[in-house]
Each structure stands twice: as C-alpha cells, then as structure tokens.
Ligand binder design. Structure first.
Ligand SMILES: C[S@@+](CC[C@H](N)C(=O)[O-])C[C@H]1O[C@@H](n2cnc3c(N)ncnc32)[C@H](O)[C@@H]1O
Length: 270
C-alpha cells in the first residue's frame, strides 16, 4: 500500500460527518424532497433510493461533464433522475454550439434528454406525477421495461453506439456483467459511466470463495425458489466479475470509490 494521503476520518463519527457534509452542500430541491416523502408514505421501503449525497454527486457529474444525454437503468422512486434532470436543466443554453454531438432525436440535438427505465410497474406509476412537472417533463422519458432485454434486443430508444453522455447503471445487480457488455459501446468517447453497489456490502472481497460455493453458483441462484441469501451471494459474484471485466476494458479509465455501497466512476477514452 502506498504511504500517501489516506482516509483520516473517524469511522465511528461517519453519520455526524455525513450530516455535516450535507449541511454545507447545495440543498436538495423541494420537488425531490416531496417525492421522497411521497414514496416514504406509499412504499414500505425506500432504502433502494440514492440518498442526498449520491444524488448530489450525480448532479455534479452531469454538470461537470455537461451531459445532455443521460441513460439511467433503475428508476425506483425517481429522485436520482430528478436530481440529474435538474442539473441538465441548469445547463440549458450554456452548451457549446460547436461541440461535437450526438445523433438527433425527438428532443433535438442540444436539448437535454434523460431516459430512465424500470421494470416495476408500481414504481413507474409512483414517479408519474413528479415527472409530469417542469423541468422534468421536458427532459425525462420514463419507460417501463426490462432494461437488459431492451439492450439485448437492440431497442432503438437506447441502442445507438456512442449515444449517451452519461450512463447510470443501478438496476439488477445479478446481471451487471451482461449489462456492461452493452453499455460501454453506448457511451460516447469522453462520456461518464456511473455504477452503484460495486462493493456489495463488502462481499466482493469473498467473491472467489463464494463463486466456488455451491449456494452461489448461477444455477442455484437463478432457480425460481432461490433464497434471499443465495441471491445476495450470487450478486457479489456477478459484481466482482463485472469489476474485473471493466478493469480490463481498454476503452475505459476507472475509479472505484468505497462510498455508500461502492461506486464506480469510469470515463470512456477510446
Ligand atoms: C437501486 S434501485 C434504483 C434506484 C435509483 N436509481 C436511485 O438512485 O434512487 C433499482 C431499480 O432497478 C429496477 N430494476 C431491476 N431490474 C431491472 C431490469 N431488468 N430492468 C429495469 N429495471 C430494473 C428495480 O425495479 C429498482 O427500481
């Protein structure tokens, strides 16, 4: 291990420090706050949703990369999409008209466009009202569907090589290795790939053992009556496989951050 600057924060005070960090970061919008409240009253669980820090980071990445075409896989309660759309909205009219850009689509060559996909009808219903408000309505398209099946079928809404400036992969972790077969190609050179949960509760450290463990074998974890524990372990194996494949992909530079449940930030360089 290099003897350079390391983490110096006290782990036992992380919660307080996160509160402090949020207090001195840009505030969450009223609309996002209202959507979190709505989801909290209508769902028994909202813990799959990104927290304010992750949403803030996504917004930052959109602004810093001037992303105008964003693909999100895994909408859930819609607040990550809303955060990114707010950032995209703030960039309106500040685009460089000479920047090489993207294929035309119904939103026009320089208009912000965010496509978010979720296979769960209930979540699609839950985001409808919020996404119908501006600025979200003119930026976000919400699609119900199995994103992997759409990718495999070459769905034209997603599938144009180098179409996307930023892709946020946050869907079904057990299939992450299959997703990345497609998404790197869809990212434009210079674009940003963000993947959540890449350290999977720390279990990626045990992935090799788990992969040889019968419980975690693909056949067991994909069987219809696989237990939660079996699926959980199989996801660790799949995520580890994806991390290794991505690291070997010459088209990308990658930084994995031990933030939240582990976050991959990658840019396409060729
Ligand atoms: C972790 S949540 C997404 C959270 C959201 N991106 C955020 O940051 O708040 C994962 C979502 O992926 C969706 N999902 C799982 N498998 C999917 C698939 N094959 N296609 C589309 N969506 C999927 C789930 O329904 C769930 O809403």
């Amino acid at each position: 291990m290099e003897r350079t600057k390391n983490n110096t924060l006290p782990l036992d005070r992380m919660q307080e420090l996160e509160t402090y960090a949020m207090a001195w970061s840009s505030p969450v919008s009223d609309a996002v706050r209202a959507q979190v409240d709505k989801a909290t009253t209508s769902l028994a669980y909202v813990d799959m949703a990104s927290g304010p820090m992750m949403r803030g980071l996504l917004g930052f990445l959109v602004r810093a990369s001037k992303a105008q075409r964003v693909l999100e896989i895994g909408t859930f309660i819609g607040t990550s999409a809303m955060g990114m759309a707010e950032a995209m909205d703030s960039l309106r009219d500040r685009q460089d008209p000479h920047a090489p850009h993207v294929p035309q689509d119904s939103h026009g060559p320089h208009a912000p466009y965010l496509l978010t996909i979720d296979k769960n009808k209930r979540y699609i219903e839950l985001v409808k009202d919020a996404f119908a408000q501006e600025p979200y309505a003119s930026i976000i398209e919400s699609v119900e569907g199995d994103a992997l099946a759409m990718l495999c079928a070459g769905d034209p809404r997603i599938f144009t090589p180098q179409r996307w400036d930023l892709i946020f992969l946050d869907g079904d972790k057990a299939h992450y290795p299959e997703y990345i077969e497609h998404v790197v190609e869809l990212l434009r050179v210079g674009g940003v790939l963000v993947i959540d949960n890449v350290l999977w509760y720390g279990l990626v450290l045990d992935a090799e053992t788990l992969a040889t463990d019968k419980l975690a074998s693909d056949a067991d974890a994909h069987k219809p009556n696989a237990t939660r524990e079996e699926k959980h372990k199989q996801k660790a194996v799949a995520i580890d496989q994806m991390n290794q494949r991505l690291a070997q992909d010459p088209r990308l530079t990658i930084q994995i951050l031990p933030f939240g449940d582990g976050l991959t930030l990658a840019t396409r360089i060729q």
